[in-house]
Structure formats: C-alpha cells, structure tokens
Design a protein around this ligand. Structure first.
Ligand SMILES: [Zn+2]
Ligand SMILES: [Zn+2]
Length: 266
C-alpha cells in the first residue's frame, strides 16, 4: 500500500520543533512517501501573542527553507502551507497572510478557546481544572464551526484536539460534532486524520472513529498528517490512519495545489 500525502509538519521556526525541512524531506524519501507539505504554526499579528510560533518577520525565511528542500529533493512533491490559528476577529490577519505567498493550502486549527487558553498546552492544565470538560469541548467546537464556515482554510486540523490529555466530558457531544461537520460539508472544507494523537495521553488518532464516521456520512473530504515536530515523525502511523479511514467507508483523499482541490484514490 502506498502512503498518502503527509500534509502536516513543522520546522524549528515555531520554537518547539527540531530539524530543518531538508531533514524532514530526506526522512520522507526514505519512507517511500511521494508527497509532503510543510504547515508550520503561522505568525500572529502580534509577535508577543505566545511563544510557540514563528515571528511575522520570519515568514519569508520559512518559505525559503521549504523552497530549499524542494530544490534538494526534486523527486518528492513538497508543498508550501501553514497551520493557522483560528480565533474570531483574526480573519483579516489570516487574509493578509494568504496574500503574502503562493500557498498550496491553509490548515485552520483551533488551539485557543479564549485569547489566553490554548487547550493543548501542558502549561495550561490548571485552566482545565477550573472548568467542566464539556464547557471546554463546547467552546472548542463552537470556534471550530466558525473556522469551517470562514472559508479561510482548505483543511481543519486535529478536529477533536480537546481529547489530547484524555479529559473527556460525560455528556453526549454528537450535536457539537454534527454542527461542525455540517459546516465543513457546506463549505467543502476537509478534515485531517492527524496521527499525533497516538503520541499523546489520549492515544488515539484525531479525530475519533465516531467523528470520522459522521464525517463520511456527510461527505466531508479527508487528508492525512503526522503533525511531525521532528524529522523522525514524518509519515508516522499513516498506515493506521488509512486503515481507520477505509474502515468507515472512505475510498478517496484530497490534496491541494495553489489552494485548488483534487481527489485521489486512497
Ligand atoms: Zn506544534
Ligand atoms: Zn495544531
């Protein structure tokens, strides 16, 4: 079985990943991957927003690093993308970013459910303790629905991220999932199968089989990503992700070139 495109990986510019894009590309070639995409954490309008992304003045350097990897590994398709944080009110900034380079795609991710609570940050576990789990999940899926409706992104990243630390609500979250997936289906936004969840406390691919089943029923397209933060994580567990996608009925995956979608057999 050939591996699908790995469309989610980072670079050291985000300050919490190691290895240069050429190192990620080399590992991809060794694994037999034919297609990867860099999607590092995009800058915010304010560089002091947090400390886990590139600064705005590093965007050109990021593009140059990816272009260099493309030159070094002409046998591999290497795409230029960003993982962009969606926060309500940041839409104009995201449009400005989009205009700066010929991106292949944007992954829209919700990490923040308020201006200061990034739910996947281990340093913010104290914030989780102040809240009921359902409150976090519900605020998260409200924002994720807005992200899908915004038409700013081709792909929505790790769409059940609140499960990362294994903190799960007892309430039924199906209505939250349905609202988000209906928005994604309406705007033609894809969701990714992100294998980083297998390396976290939840020990599960993002999203869960339950969400993926609903996504398939609603015709929401899918992509695949390792969310590699080190060269050795490129392509990690993609075979399992493909098996999961097939098991709920998917026979196709999508890719993007200059923000245009194409479907390929899985
Ligand atoms: Zn990261
Ligand atoms: Zn992310």
């Amino acid at each position: 079985m050939s591996l699908p495109a790995d469309l989610h990986m980072h670079t050291p510019l985000c300050r919490h990943a190691t290895g240069e894009p050429v190192d990620y590309a080399r590992h991809a070639v060794e694994l037999g991957l034919t297609h990867i995409g860099f999607s590092d954490h995009s800058p915010m309008a304010r560089d002091d927003f947090d400390d886990w992304r590139m600064r705005a003045d590093q965007l050109d350097e990021y593009v140059a690093k990816v272009r260099f990897a493309q030159k070094e590994f002409p046998q591999l398709t290497i795409q230029l993308a960003l993982e962009v944080d969606y926060l309500p009110g940041h839409e104009n900034w995201i449009r400005q970013l989009a205009a700066r380079h010929p991106w292949d795609y944007f992954i829209g991710s919700v990490h923040y459910i308020s201006e200061s609570f990034d739910i996947d940050n281990p340093a913010k576990l104290s914030e989780w303790k102040k809240r009921d789990a359902y409150e976090v999940w519900s605020a998260y899926f409200d924002r994720l629905t807005l992200a899908a409706e915004s038409k700013l992104f081709e792909i929505i990243g790790h769409c059940d991220l609140p499960k990362k630390f294994g903190i799960r609500p007892t309430q039924d979250c199906t209505p939250l999932y349905e609202k988000f997936l209906d928005a994604a289906a309406r705007t033609g936004c894809a969701i990714e199968l992100n294998t980083a969840g297998l390396r976290k406390e939840c020990r599960e691919i993002y999203p869960s089989r339950e969400i993926l089943k609903l996504a398939f029923q609603k015709n929401v397209p899918i992509t695949f990503g390792s969310d590699a933060h080190a060269p050795g994580e490129v392509g990690m567990n993609l075979t399992e992700a493909v098996e999961l996608a097939r098991s709920v009925g998917y026979t196709e995956t999508v890719r993007f070139h200059q923000r245009q979608r194409e479907s390929v057999w899985l």
